[in-house]
Design a protein around this ligand. Structure first.
Ligand code: ATP
Ligand code: MG
Length: 261
């Protein structure tokens, strides 16, 4: 199972929108996908139509050892896409996990028994660099960073990159940055173009060619409890996420057997 953390400690940059729609695009391409909601806000869970009352087990229970990954899995309406939901309990986990000696490796350890059940796992991180995000980065093979095309886009990125270096040095030497996805791209706005140019000049080819446009359908879809790709497959946002999924697949090291067959 290829594990990818979707992280950026900046809030509201499109992490959850990216996680939900990439997961859906990958599932539509035949991949067996697990989406782990690791944000106490539970936006990925709600956005996939799983209401708080339908989350008997959650990522919190997995992290604290209350249940296994298998027990926490909830099937979604999207074929081949499963979810581990988040509940508000998770907001206490940052503090509760400190008690555990293996606090940085809880998620990684929980995944060990389910390596073959899914081809790929996306982990939707909260907007912080606390223990939840660290658990995701320790468990992941690679990192996908959504970056909003706004003036302060690069501010904070250095902090994220420092955290990646720290994780590489101490816990997970092979953690790689799979790509940076520019989100909420608005062609009518000169600043967007300028920011995108600066980001590409600064970060180089790690930035995906595909940009995610600012698109109202992407922001409407979660209130209907469905990915934009299901809500309106023809909208510009859905098309962009399908293109991003193709680009992402091209960057993955090897196609899993089930998909290649
Ligand atoms: P948080 O840090 O709070 O977890 P996030 O990084 O996960 O936020 P999202 O929840 O995906 O960000 O997006 C923030 C808001 O912007 C949401 O209301 C979402 O619907 C909207 N949004 C995300 N991407 C786009 C887009 N490309 N076009 C228009 N609206 C978008
Ligand atoms: Mg989010």
């Amino acid at each position: 199972m290829i594990r990818i953390a979707v992280a950026n400690q900046k809030g509201g940059v499109g992490k959850t929108t990216t996680a939900i729609n990439l997961a859906t695009a990958l599932a539509a391409s035949g991949w067996r996908v697990l989406l782990v909601d690791l944000d106490p806000q539970g936006n990925a869970s709600t956005g996939l139509g799983v209401n708080p009352s339908d989350r008997p087990q959650s990522s919190y229970d997995v992290l604290t050892g209350e249940c296994s990954v298998e027990e926490a899995v909830i099937p979604t309406k999207v074929p081949r896409l499963d979810l581990i939901a988040a509940t508000v309990d998770l907001s206490g986990a940052e503090i509760e996990l400190v008690e555990y000696e293996d606090r940085t490796h809880r998620l990684d350890a929980a995944f060990k028994s389910v390596e073959d059940r899914w081809d790929i796992c996306l982990i939707d991180c909260p907007p912080s660099l606390g223990l939840l995000t660290i658990n995701a980065l320790v468990a992941a093979k690679s990192l996908l960073v959504p970056l909003q095309c706004e003036f302060f886009a690069l501010e904070g990125l250095s902090q994220l990159l420092n955290t990646v270096d720290l994780i590489r040095g101490r816990f997970n030497a092979s953690l790689e940055i799979l790509g940076v996805a520019l989100t909420m791209y608005d062609r009518r706005n000169n600043l967007t173009e300028q920011v995108a140019e600066d980001v590409r000049a600064c970060l180089g080819p790690v930035v995906f060619d595909t940009v995610i446009p600012r698109n109202v359908r992407l922001s409407e879809a979660p209130s209907f409890g469905m990915p934009a790709l299901i809500y309106d497959i023809r909208c510009a946002g859905s098309e962009a996420y399908m293109a991003l999924a193709r680009e992402l697949i091209g960057r993955l090291p090897a196609r899993p057997k089930a998909v290649a067959a």
